[in-house]
Design a binder for this molecule. Structure first.
Ligand code: PLP
Length: 394
């Protein structure tokens, strides 16, 4: 088979390219203004000023105070810091030793919660979601009870595999009324949904730069003043003592620039992508035999189309799409290559024969209506060919 001349990227939920403006903003901080931001001399101060500016920019964009922003190395680190830091601190102060989260969380949250259960003696409650991957505030309320034994609640803002958006502000209000710390993994939501920490009623919020055209290797944790927190990374007094280690100034500068641009363009760009997404969803449901939408139709990221296609193996479809010039995913980069169906689809009750044919098309700045047309033309053929070449599972 020939490699296609087309190159269509529809995997923006996995990662995004660094924008030219972001690259330009970062550039001087590698070799020109290379100082240690903690140094008191002029070279260090130059880097220190850039770090402070990035912190102020990010804080303003989410309605936080600059000292509530803790820079980290990625979304996974932010999630670890939030869960470990809050759970251990609150247990120390109150004895509360239960973690409440969802079975569809990213592994950065789920495996951390399991680690806290298996090695640190916490209890773990996974609140069930509906068939569209959405949790109800009532179910969270039932799981919390009076909340006195709960160390931390963690509910993701939007799911990476199926795009479902959760009722964060309402869950946040519930947690606040019970006095329970509330964290949200907003890695997929940043730059796509409004993230004002006071409106969301969150005490902690995780973000990762590479999901909104910033660099890989930079993230931050918003940590509300007064939230219980035991730093899990110890060392020097960087980040107000909350995360030791010399800050990665160029990448942090890039992250602030990327979030600023994403926020400025958010409404217009998300409206544009929503139209393309709906064309993809409508077209695929109509023309691909055995395809069903996964995730919530209404409460859904504007750039996210995901399906379960009965009768095919996801990997075969992804390889054929790649040969046709389309980069897509089965939903989670971490789950690909493993034969187990995704834990997210499993928790949503998607049958195995459908879940093994999971397909995620996530849109972004580079996508055009022509890209959507091309995918709608090729995908039905590809799925039909894969079905023919594979043994019947039914
Ligand atoms: N949380 C969610 C919902 C994600 O989608 C991801 C990455 O895909 C992460 C956390 C981890 O972020 P990072 O890749 O920056 O570690």
């Amino acid at each position: 088979m020939n490699q296609a001349s087309r190159s269509i990227y529809m995997d923006y939920s996995a990662t995004t390219p660094v924008r030219a403006e972001v690259l330009e903003a970062m550039q001087p901080y590698f070799a020109e203004f290379y100082g240690n931001p903690s140094s008191i001399h002029a070279v260090g101060r130059k880097a220190g000023t850039a770090l402070s500016e990035a912190r102020r920019t990010i804080a303003a964009l989410i309605g936080a105070r600059p000292r509530e922003i803790v820079f980290t190395g990625c979304g996974t680190e932010s999630d670890n810091a939030a869960l470990r830091g809050i759970a251990l601190s609150r247990r120390g102060a109150t004895g509360a030793a239960r973690i409440v989260t969802l079975p569809i969380e990213h592994k950065a949250v789920l495996n951390t919660a399991e680690d806290l259960r298996d090695y640190f003696g916490f209890d773990l409650t996974l609140v069930p979601v509906d068939g569209a991957g959405r949790v109800s505030v009532d179910s969270v309320a039932a799981a919390l009870g009076d909340g006195k034994d709960v160390a931390v609640v963690s509910v993701m803002t939007a799911n990476n595999e199926v795009g479902t958006v959760q009722p964060i502000a309402e869950i946040g209000a519930l947690c606040r009324s019970l006095g329970v710390p509330f964290h949200t993994d907003a890695v997929q939501a940043a730059g796509k949904l409004p993230l004002r920490v006071d409106e969301l009623n969150v005490d902690a919020l995780s973000v990762s730069a590479h999901k909104f055209y910033g660099p890989k290797g930079a993230g931050f944790l918003y940590l509300r003043t007064g939230a219980p927190y035991l730093p899990y990374m110890t060392g020097g007094s960087h980040e107000g003592g909350n995360r030791a280690g010399t800050e990665n100034v160029p990448l942090i500068v890039g992250m602030a620039k990327a979030l600023e641009l994403a926020e400025a363009e958010r409404q217009q760009e998300q409206a544009r992508l929503r139209v393309l997404r709906d064309q993809l969803i409508g077209g695929i449901l109509e023309s691909v035999e055995g395809a069903q939408l996964t995730g919530d139709r209404e409460h859904r990221l504007a750039n996210h189309a995901s399906f379960a296609i009965t009768g095919v193996e996801a990997e075969s479809v992804l390889i054929a799409l790649d040969l046709a010039g389309v980069a897509a995913s089965s939903g989670s980069a971490c789950a690909s290559g493993s034969t187990r169906p995704s834990h997210v689809l499993e928790a949503m009750g998607v049958p195995y024969l459908a879940a093994r044919g999971a397909l995620r098309l996530s849109l972004g700045r580079g996508n055009t209506p022509e890209d959507v047309e091309y995918v709608l033309e090729r995908l039905p053929q590809i799925v039909a060919q894969v079905k023919e070449s594979e043994p019947a599972w039914e």
